[in-house]
Write a protein that binds this ligand. Sequence first.
Ligand SMILES: Nc1nc2c(ncn2[C@@H]2O[C@H](COP(=O)(O)OP(=O)(O)OP(=O)(O)O)[C@@H](O)[C@H]2O)c(=O)[nH]1
Ligand SMILES: [Mg+2]
Length: 253
Amino acid sequence: MDSDRTLIVVPTYNERENVGPLVAELLRVAPEADVRLLDDDSPDGTAARAEELFAAEPRFSAHRRAGLARGYGRSLLDGYRRAFEGGYARLVQLDADFSHDPRVVPALVEASRRGADVVIGSRYCVGGGVENWPLRRRLLSRFANTYVCRITGLRVRDTTSGFRCYTRRALALLLEGRTAADGYAFLVEATYRAHRAGLEVAEVPITFTDRREGQSKMSRKVIFESVLMPWRLRLGRPKADGGRVEEGMKAEG
Ligand SMILES: Nc1nc2c(ncn2[C@@H]2O[C@H](COP(=O)(O)OP(=O)(O)OP(=O)(O)O)[C@@H](O)[C@H]2O)c(=O)[nH]1
Ligand SMILES: [Mg+2]
């Protein structure tokens, strides 16, 4: 594949206040990349807002997932398919709420160019960190990562970070077979599958900050799924009904 193009995808659900500044910043920091929202038909009109703001920008597009079951992981899989079929060399994914600093995108792309098929923007490697997160979230995130590593044997320090870069090779792997989980478990499962397939996983330090605007979609279901996933991976039994998980990150909870 001779293309060196990057597709940046942003899963969104009710991120109306964030999409304008975020997309503008992404277009600025990554002048060679295209930017695509993966929007689950947000009731607050996130996609419409972005389309209105960036109507004249050929590098911007929004995928409106109307009528489909909502989910963070499912939306991302649609983005992976688009990147793969569109001939992109790699894909970057990040959250819409500015927890993931768009200015780090070039560093992830650089690490990917140097040969890592999976590059994770990591809070827990040297130089990484977390800012203004309540103690409860910090502890939960730390615990989740230790838990995942203990059970799966993965050496990656931040398996639940949604700030990542995947090469085409990694996308092909993630698109084949079934990815059952959504939410954080989707990220853990993707990391695990890539590692098991022998792909190089690298971590680049990031400073994660609490969301800027809007509401959290963290739910009890997402946490519960994350508790089970490492055991499923360890026991080699990813959930069989891949396409049929109920909704992923639900509002409230
Ligand atoms: N397409 C889509 N995106 C989602 C869905 N749920 C969450 N997102 C997006 O995924 C990203 C991560 O979700 P967040 O709500 O920030 O989850 P979090 O970071 O664990 O929690 P907070 O930052 O505390 O809100 C954000 O860009 C959300 O808008 C969903 O069901 N579908
Ligand atoms: Mg967030």
